[in-house]
Structures are given as C-alpha cells and as structure tokens.
Design a protein around this ligand. Structure first.
Ligand code: CDP
Length: 235
C-alpha cells in the first residue's frame, strides 16, 4: 500500500478474550486509518482446521511434539477478508464450532506459537497494521505504539457469538444453546489465560475498554481517537 506523506504508521495491537469485539473493531479501525487488518486468531484457527482435516488431533494430545509435521509446508495467506490455508479458501470453515472447541489446545503448543509469531512479525514489519489476538501487545509486538485490551461480560459475549452462528449456519443445522456457548467461551478464556506460552493477559500499558454496553461505532471511535493521540493522521 502506498504510504501517504506525513502519515505516521504505527502498530495497533488489540487483545482480549473470545468474542469481546476485537475483530469487528480492528477491521473498522484499519479501514478508517487506511491500515492493514491482520486477524491472528484466523491463523490459529487455520492450523486447528488442518489438524482436524488430517485427523491428527488425538495423536497430538498424546505426543504434542509430533506437531512439527503439521507445520511443514504450512501456508496461510490473507486476501482482503478471505483466509487461504495451503491455497484453499477456508474463511467459513475456520469459524465452525468444531474448530472453536479445539483451537485453544492447538494454540497452547510452543512450536505452533513460534511459527505463527514469526509470520505475524513479518506481516507487521512495515507497520501500518491493526493486529488482533491474545498476545499481540505482550509478545508479538511488545513495542506496539498503541495497545488495547477489550473485555466484555461473558453472557454478552455468548449472545454475540450465538447471533454470529445463527447468521452464518446453513438452515436446519444444529446450533449449541446459549448456556453451552457461554460455558465454552469461559473455558476457552481460562485455557488461553492459564497456558504456559504467551498466555492471554493485559499489558500494563494497554488501554482496557469494556465493550459490554458499547456500540461498535463507539468502540471504533475510542480506538481511533487514541490512535490520533499517538500522532496517526485520520483519513
Ligand atoms: O474470535 P474469537 O475471539 O472467538 O477467537 P479468535 O480471535 O478467532 O482466536 C481463536 C483462538 O486462537 C483463541 O481462543 C486462542 O486460543 C488462539 N489465539 C492465540 O492463542 N493467540 C492469538 N494471538 C490469537 C488467537
């Protein structure tokens, strides 16, 4: 992307628990600032999908070191809103609940984190990116000029995820009920926060925003205003 004269290009790191509004906020902030949006959760989801497709998940639970074969020839590419895993468009598949259920396990494995962190650092090398995930401000880009930590009430997050699943699932497909979804979200947050490598936690310099009662517009405004304070010119 061509850099506009005088426009400061920084890294905006947006971390937080599941369904706290990170990806919607990050995507819109990137649009407003003319930055590139990078969804690191989609990368962990892609590796999880690959493990499911290869039928190696159970084996990995018993011998996690065999994960290296999963990472061989791994290619993850973004094209606008689409995500490509080893050349195939997996944008819809990586959002399925079967992937959500297993992604915390796959993302707890150190070789997976090491590989994806390298890819993410390369993607952000030229700066001018909004990157969302769990460890962007703490591990991937600890020097990010603007760090945001989004949180929201667990019930509210389950409702958002439920609405998303309803909107995306084909008619007639079974949906988990709201209570179950809330339980799964809480379990994933716990697993993400308690894992050994790059756990989910707020960087001391991060601005915490509770999105439980905020509209998307308001969230986006808040992050963009903070970016302006850091010297980023608006469009
Ligand atoms: O969209 P949602 O908040 O449900 O999750 P996501 O951002 O798509 O991330 C899915 C999972 O990937 C998380 O629950 C983490 O286990 C893992 N993840 C991670 O470990 N580190 C990141 N930087 C991003 C995601």
């Amino acid at each position: 992307m061509k850099q506009e004269t005088g426009k400061k290009r920084i890294i905006i790191a947006i971390d937080g628990p599941a369904a706290s509004g990170k990806s919607t906020t990050a995507r819109r902030v990137a649009e407003r600032l003319g930055y590139t949006y990078i969804d690191t959760g989609a990368m962990y989801r892609s590796v999880t999908l690959k493990a499911l497709q290869q039928g190696v998940l159970d084996g990995l639970r018993h011998s996690p070191e065999s994960v290296s074969s999963l990472l061989q020839n791994l290619s993850i590419r973004f094209d606008g809103d689409r995500v490509f895993l080893d050349g195939s468009d997996v944008t819809a598949m990586i959002r399925e609940n079967r992937v959500s259920r297993e992604v915390s396990f796959i993302s707890s494995l150190k070789p997976v984190r090491d590989r994806l962190r390298e890819m993410q650092q390369e993607l952000g090398r030229q700066r001018g990116v909004v990157m969302d995930g769990r460890d962007i401000g703490t591990v991937v880009f600890p020097d990010a000029e603007l760090k945001i930590f989004l949180v929201a009430d667990a019930r509210e997050r389950a409702k958002r995820r439920y609405a998303e699943l309803i909107a995306k699932s084909p008619e007639g497909e079974d949906l988990p009920d709201l209570d179950l979804l809330e339980e799964e979200i809480k379990r994933r947050d716990k697993d993400d926060a308690e894992r050994e490598h790059a756990p989910l936690k707020k960087h001391p310099e991060a601005y915490e925003i509770d999105t439980s009662d905020l509209t998307i517009e308001r969230q986006v405004d808040m992050v963009c205003n903070l970016a302006l304070e850091k010297g980023v010119a608006g469009r």
